[in-house]
Design a protein around this ligand. Structure first.
Ligand SMILES: Nc1ncnc2c1ncn2[C@@H]1O[C@H](COP(=O)(O)OP(=O)(O)OP(=O)(O)O)[C@@H](O)[C@H]1O
Length: 271
C-alpha cells in the first residue's frame, strides 16, 4: 500500500455481478502527480475498476480511499465534489447546447446544487459567482484550444472536438484526480496526438493526477508513468511501461488473446 503521497488507493477491491467476478482482490495506488493507466484484454475489469473509483459501482469487498479518506460509501456526486472528475467511454454532452454552456453546466451541477445553496447564490452575489465561473471556464477553453468553437452547438462539432469539450467539462471544477475512460477511442491519429498532449499538459502544468483506461498501446506506453494490467478481474502486473511490456504474464495475456484470433486462411493473427 502506498505512503502519504497517494491521491487514490484501491484496497483489496472485489466486485461481483451475480455469478460474474468482475474484480478479484485488486489493490493499487495512484501517486500524486502521476499518470496511471489500466490496461488489459476485453472484459478484464478495467471499466468496473474505474466505476468503483467514481462511485458508480460499490465494491462487494474492499475500500476506495481518496487522499486518505475512505470514500467507499459515498455517492458519485459526493466524490466529484471532493475532487474526482471523470469522462465517459461514450460521449455525454448536451448536443443542443453551446460549448460554453456545456462547460458551465459542469460547474453549476456540482457547485450550485441544493435549494439552500441556490438561495444564497441569488441573495448574495450571484453576479460575482457567475463572473468567477466565466473566468475559470474561459481559462479551460483557452487551455484546450477550443476558443474558435466556444459558441458553437456541441452536437455540430467533429468527434475529436466533442471529446475535447467533454474533457473541458470534466475539468471545469479542477479535480485533483481525473478518470479518463478511453479518451482516444474513435479518434484519428491527429486527434489522438492532440488529446495525448492535453492529458500530459493537464498533468504537468495543472498538476492533475490521472487514472486512465486506454486501448491504444502506443499512447499508453508514451504518456503513462505507471501501468497496471488486469486479466480476468485480477491484477497480473504493475510498474513502469518498459517493465510491464517485458513482463511474461502480460505477454501471455495479450498473446493468449491473439492466439484465439485465426485468419480466414487458417494462419494465426500476429497482432
Ligand atoms: N453491469 C454489469 N452487469 C453484469 N456484468 C457486468 C457489468 N459490468 C461489467 N460486467 C462484467 O464484468 C466483467 C468485466 O467487465 P468490464 O467492462 O469492467 O471490463 P473491461 O476490461 O472494461 O472491458 P472492455 O475493454 O471490453 O471495455 C465482464 O465479464 C463483464 O461482462
Amino acid at each position: 500500500m502506498a505512503g502519504d503521497t497517494a491521491v487514490l488507493e484501491a484496497d483489496a477491491v472485489s466486485l461481483r455481478f451475480g455469478g460474474v467476478r468482475a474484480l478479484s482482490d485488486v489493490s493499487f495506488a495512484v501517486q500524486r502527480g502521476e499518470i496511471f493507466s489500466i490496461i488489459g484484454p476485453n472484459g478484464a475489469g478495467k471499466t468496473s475498476m474505474v466505476n468503483c473509483v467514481s462511485g458508480r459501482y460499490r465494491p462487494t469487498e474492499g475500500r476506495i480511499l481518496f487522499e486518505g479518506q475512505d470514500v467507499t460509501p459515498l455517492r458519485p456526486n459526493r466524490r466529484a465534489a471532493l475532487g474526482i472528475g471523470r469522462t465517459f467511454q461514450n460521449l455525454a454532452l448536451f448536443g443542443h447546447m453551446s460549448v460554453l454552456d456545456n462547460i458551465m453546466v459542469g460547474r453549476h451541477n456540482l457547485l450550485g446544487a441544493g435549494f439552500l445553496r441556490g438561495m444564497v447564490y441569488w441573495i448574495g452575489g450571484a453576479q460575482k459567482e457567475e463572473l468567477n465561473h466565466r473566468r475559470e471556464v474561459e481559462e479551460i477553453i483557452d487551455f484546450l484550444e477550443i476558443q474558435h468553437v466556444r459558441k458553437a452547438t456541441a452536437g455540430t462539432l467533429s468527434y475529436g472536438l466533442r471529446k475535447r469539450v467533454e474533457l473541458a467539462r470534466a475539468i471545469a471544477l479542477k479535480p485533483r484526480l481525473i478518470l479518463l475512460d478511453e479518451p482516444m477511442a474513435g479518434m484519428n491519429l491527429e486527434e489522438k496526438e492532440d488529446m495525448a498532449r492535453f492529458i500530459v499538459d493537464l498533468n504537468e502544468e495543472w498538476g492533475m493526477s490521472v487514472l486512465m483506461i486506454e486501448h491504444d498501446m502506443g499512447v499508453v506506453m508514451d504518456i503513462s508513468h505507471r501501468i497496471m494490467v488486469l486479466d480476468f478481474g485480477r491484477k497480473i502486473a504493475e510498474g513502469v511501461p518498459d517493465a510491464v511490456l517485458a513482463d511474461p504474464d502480460v505477454r501471455r495475456a495479450y498473446l493468449g488473446e491473439a492466439d484465439e484470433v485465426v485468419h480466414e486462411d487458417g494462419e494465426p493473427a500476429t497482432t
